[in-house]
Design a binder for this molecule. Structure first.
Ligand code: PGA
Length: 259
C-alpha cells in the first residue's frame, strides 16, 4: 500500500486527480469507479481543469459509482441543493463539465422498481465491462467504504443496506442541513457496491482529509482488519492500493510518508 501525505486539501486533490488522469492517458477506455461525498469534490474540480487545459479525453472512459440513496434519483427540475441524489452530485461536480459519454456512466438506480434485481444487474454490468481498473474511495466517519456500514462482510456484493445513525448524522451535517431538508426526510436506505465487489477492482485510490478523519484513518490503515471498520479491508486488498491524505487526516498514523 502506498500512503502519500500532502500538505492540505488542495494538494491532496491535485495529486489524486493526477493519479486518475495518468490512468486515463495510459488506458483511454479504462473503467473508473467514482465516489461521492465532500472528500473528492476538489479532485473532480482538478480533473475538470485538466480536461479544459490539457485536453484529457474522457470519451471512452466507463464509470461505475459506488452507491446511491434508495428512493431518489436525479431530478434536473429541482435546484442542485434540493436534489441529493448521487447521480446529480456526479452530474454537477464532474460529468457535465467533461466529454464523458452518457452511455458509459453507471450509477445504481435509486428508483428501481426491484432494487434487488438492480443490484444483480449492476454486478453483471461491472463484469461485462471487464471489471473496475481504478476504484476511488473516501472513508466514512464510522470507517465505511461506500455504504458498507460496520459489520458488512468482506465478501458482500452490491445490495440494499440500511444506513446507520452515524452515517445519517454525518451526511445530514455535510449535505442535507444546508438544503433545509429535515433529518427524518433523508433516505435511510441505499444501494451500495459490496466490499467483495470493491476488492475485485484492479486498483484502489482512497482519499481522506481533515482532523476529524485522523482516528478512523489510523484504525483502517494500521489497526486490526475488521468488518467493524470496512475500510480496513484495504489491508487485504490484492491489487495496487494508493492512499492520499492531507496532513490532518494522517496525523494519527504511526508510519508517515511525506511526498
Ligand atoms: P465524506 O464521506 O467525503 O463526505 O467525508 C466519505 C464517505 O462517507 O465515504
Amino acid at each position: 500500500m502506498d500512503i502519500i501525505v500532502k500538505r492540505d486539501y488542495d494538494e491532496m486533490s491535485r495529486c489524486a486527480a493526477e493519479h486518475i488522469a495518468a490512468l486515463i492517458r495510459k488506458k483511454p477506455d479504462c473503467v473508473i469507479g467514482f465516489a461521492t461525498g465532500a472528500t473528492p469534490i476538489g479532485t473532480y474540480r482538478e480533473l475538470v481543469r485538466i480536461y479544459n487545459e490539457e485536453g484529457l479525453d474522457f470519451s471512452n472512459v466507463k464509470t461505475f459509482n459506488l452507491d446511491e440513496y434508495l428512493g431518489i434519483s436525479m431530478d434536473l427540475s429541482k435546484p442542485y441543493i434540493l436534489d441529493q441524489s448521487y447521480r446529480r452530485f456526479m452530474h454537477e461536480e464532474l460529468f457535465k463539465h467533461i466529454n464523458i459519454n452518457e452511455e458509459n456512466i453507471n450509477i445504481p438506480d435509486g428508483l428501481a422498481r426491484d432494487p434487488e434485481e438492480e443490484c444483480l444487474k449492476y454486478e453483471e454490468k461491472i463484469k461485462e465491462a471487464g471489471g473496475i481498473d481504478l476504484q476511488i474511495l473516501g472513508i466514512g466517519g464510522n470507517g465505511h467504504w461506500a455504504f458498507n456500514e460496520p459489520g458488512s462482510s468482506f465478501d458482500s456484493r452490491t445490495r440494499v443496506i440500511k444506513l446507520n445513525e452515524q452515517t445519517l448524522n454525518d451526511n445530514y451535517e455535510a449535505f442535507y442541513k444546508k438544503a433545509g431538508i429535515p433529518r427524518e426526510k433523508m433516505p435511510h436506505y441505499a444501494i451500495t457496491m459490496g466490499i467483495g465487489t470493491i476488492l475485485e477492482a484492479k486498483s484502489v485510490l482512497m482519499l481522506a482529509n481533515g482532523a476529524k478523519k485522523a482516528e478512523i484513518v489510523a484504525k483502517a490503515l494500521e489497526g486490526p482488519v475488521t468488518t467493524m471498520v470496512t475500510a480496513s479491508s484495504i489491508q487485504i486488498f490484492k491489487g495496487k492500493a494508493t492512499v492520499i491524505l492531507d496532513g490532518e487526516a494522517a496525523s494519527m498514523l504511526v508510519k508517515q510518508t511525506i511526498k
